[in-house]
Ligand binder design. Structure first.
Ligand SMILES: C[S@@+](CC[C@H](N)C(=O)[O-])C[C@H]1O[C@@H](n2cnc3c(N)ncnc32)[C@H](O)[C@@H]1O
Length: 220
């Protein structure tokens, strides 16, 4: 429900607009996600799981591995970073579609620890990663998809992103790659085995697991 513009002006003057807006967005997400998770469980937990399960996975790895920084590729509507905004000291998200980037900027501009970057994540990551202090969780989710999505030179820049991250000195970072079901060797996606081999070659000590449609590589 949209608020009347006079009420929006008043709320902005009082400094209540963003807290109220965020509370309503949280409540909307909570309700929708509770219904999606219940339905998913009733269906026997098929792959892929709903977003709430994926965000729980990010939260779990951030807490277990103590990563105060989140880097997301593929901002989309900013739902993941909005949901997880309280979990991280700093959040960076990279989006190739100018309209999605602008929309997320407007919705999240009042949250100073969230930094939104416009560009191809394969290129932006190489600029951003060296500037980050502290263990970082990389949520690699930038790829072409239905809807207002951008498409780079490839449907997915995952090989470039992962190669870059694995070529850096060993640290305490975590890499989670979403949408493992697409990694079939078709439409520009590598196979899961190709990713596994890349990780084994560059980081023999890292673990590589696949669960709930998410590839988990620790530590990087
Ligand atoms: C599946 S959505 C991301 C969903 C989001 N991470 C979330 O959890 O709410 C994929 C996004 O990646 C963006 N994208 C596609 N190719 C990209 C690229 N090369 N670099 C950065 N973003 C890209 C698309 O425009 C789209 O917004």
């Amino acid at each position: 429900m949209r608020l009347p513009s006079s009420l929006v002006r008043l709320l902005r003057r009082l400094g209540w607009y963003h807290p109220l807006h965020d509370w309503r967005r949280d409540r909307r997400f909570r309700r929708r996600r509770a219904a999606e998770v219940a339905q998913w469980r009733r269906a026997g937990c098929p792959s892929p799981p709903p977003d709430a399960i994926k965000y729980d996975c990010i939260r779990h790895y951030a807490r277990t591995h103590g990563t105060p920084v989140l880097v997301e590729t593929g901002t989309w509507f900013g739902d993941a970073i909005f949901t997880l905004r309280g979990e991280f000291r700093a959040i960076h998200s990279i989006e190739l579609a100018p309209a999605l980037h602008a929309q997320a900027r407007e919705a999240l501009a009042h949250l100073p620890h969230i930094h939104l970057h416009l560009g191809d994540s394969a290129a932006e990551l190489t600029r951003l990663a060296p500037t980050l202090a502290g263990p970082t969780l990389y949520w690699l989710d930038g790829h072409w998809c239905d809807g207002p999505s951008a498409r780079g030179t490839k449907d997915t820049p995952i090989m470039e992103e992962l190669s870059f991250l694995l070529d850096r000195p060993v640290g305490q970072d975590v890499v989670l790659v979403d949408d493992a079901r697409f990694f079939t060797g078709e439409h520009g996606y590598p196979t899961v085995d190709a990713l596994r081999r890349l990780v084994a070659a560059k980081r023999p000590a890292a673990s590589f697991e696949l669960q709930d449609d998410i590839i988990r590589i620790v530590p990087v």
